[in-house]
Design a protein around this ligand. Structure first.
Ligand SMILES: Cc1cc2nc3c(=O)[nH]c(=O)nc-3n(C[C@H](O)[C@H](O)[C@H](O)COP(=O)(O)O)c2cc1C
Length: 190
């Protein structure tokens, strides 16, 4: 199984990165192929709404998104880990998601769904927010749901943690690490 992991935080070893690494542990242990993208370090231009993908389903911008397009086509499982910024997904995550407008055009204008492999396609969304208000989880979940469905991932699970602010605070959370580890295990169930 090919597992595609998106690190959505600019903070190295931050809370969402810790969670994503924990979710990947059972996946690595089972020997699955993992392709990771640290979005903050990549050269990805925001969608220009140029309509260039309308008739082809292909984006005309040539940048690091090319490797992500390929991985999204070939992957079986997808994990997006993002901090909540201003009640929403991080900009790093959102820029990548918006560039999936090319898949939106392919799916909804050209009526072509990304073909699934023998394991089907499933997603996992990991969220961390410093505040205790769950509006950030709700907003981020809505956006991520649009992303997953656009890339022909019909189901996903969301695990979100609030009141986790300083770098590494998630390590003190009583249940988060175990829950995301188990979430990683569930993700690779067939
Ligand atoms: C620009 C910015 C905006 C933020 N906005 C929110 C917010 O709206 N809601 C929230 O719960 N936390 C917010 N936070 C706090 C982060 O979500 C929190 O620090 C989180 O633990 C960061 O995760 P990371 O270590 O993976 O980057 C914000 C932080 C930054 C830097």
């Amino acid at each position: 199984m090919k597992v595609i992991a998106f690190y959505g935080s600019p903070r190295i070893n931050g809370n969402s990165e810790i969670l994503l690494n924990e979710a990947l542990k059972p996946i690595e242990a089972e020997g699955h192929e993992i392709i990771s993208f640290k979005l903050n370090t990549m050269n990805i231009k925001p969608c220009q709404n140029c309509g260039g993908c309308d008739k082809t389903g292909k984006c005309i911008i040539n940048d690091d998104m090319s490797e992500i397009y390929k991985a999204i086509r070939e992957g079986d499982r997808f994990i997006l880990a993002s901090p909540i910024f201003f009640f929403a997904l991080s900009a790093q995550s959102k820029i990548m998601l918006d560039r999936c407008q090319a898949f939106w055009s392919e799916k909804y204008l050209l009526k072509k769904v990304i073909p699934e492999g023998k394991y089907g396609r499933k997603g996992l969304l990991l969220l961390v927010g410093g505040m205790k208000r769950d509006i950030g989880i709700k907003c981020s979940e809505s956006t991520a749901k649009a992303f997953f469905r656009t890339i022909s991932v019909p189901t996903h699970e969301t695990l979100g943690y609030l009141g986790v602010d300083a770098k590494g605070d998630i390590l003190e959370h009583p249940t988060a690490l175990k829950e995301v580890y188990d979430g990683g295990k569930r993700l690779i169930e067939i």
